[in-house]
Design a protein. Structure first.
Length: 75
């Protein structure tokens, strides 16, 4: 009888550990997905900032070229 009770207790503990592992696995999977979403979002934001910077550089270069042309035309 003691062996039966001991076996039932061990089975109960094993199932609770297994259940815990499933919960941990699900939480880990959710965290990984959230990290992936954060990376995607931050990558998009970085790409937008780079594009804005590139447009500003292009505008500044064009402005510099135009000023240079005006200075050459005036001399």
């Amino acid at each position: 009888m003691k062996k039966l009770i001991l076996m039932l207790m061990l089975a109960g503990m094993a199932s609770s550990f297994y259940s815990c592992r499933e919960t941990t696995q699900k939480k880990t999977q959710d965290a990984v997905e959230a990290i992936g979403e954060d990376i995607e979002s931050n990558t998009k934001k970085a790409a937008e900032k780079i594009e804005e910077g590139a447009k500003k550089v292009k505008s500044d270069v064009k402005e510099g070229i135009d000023k240079t042309k005006d200075n050459q035309d005036n001399n």
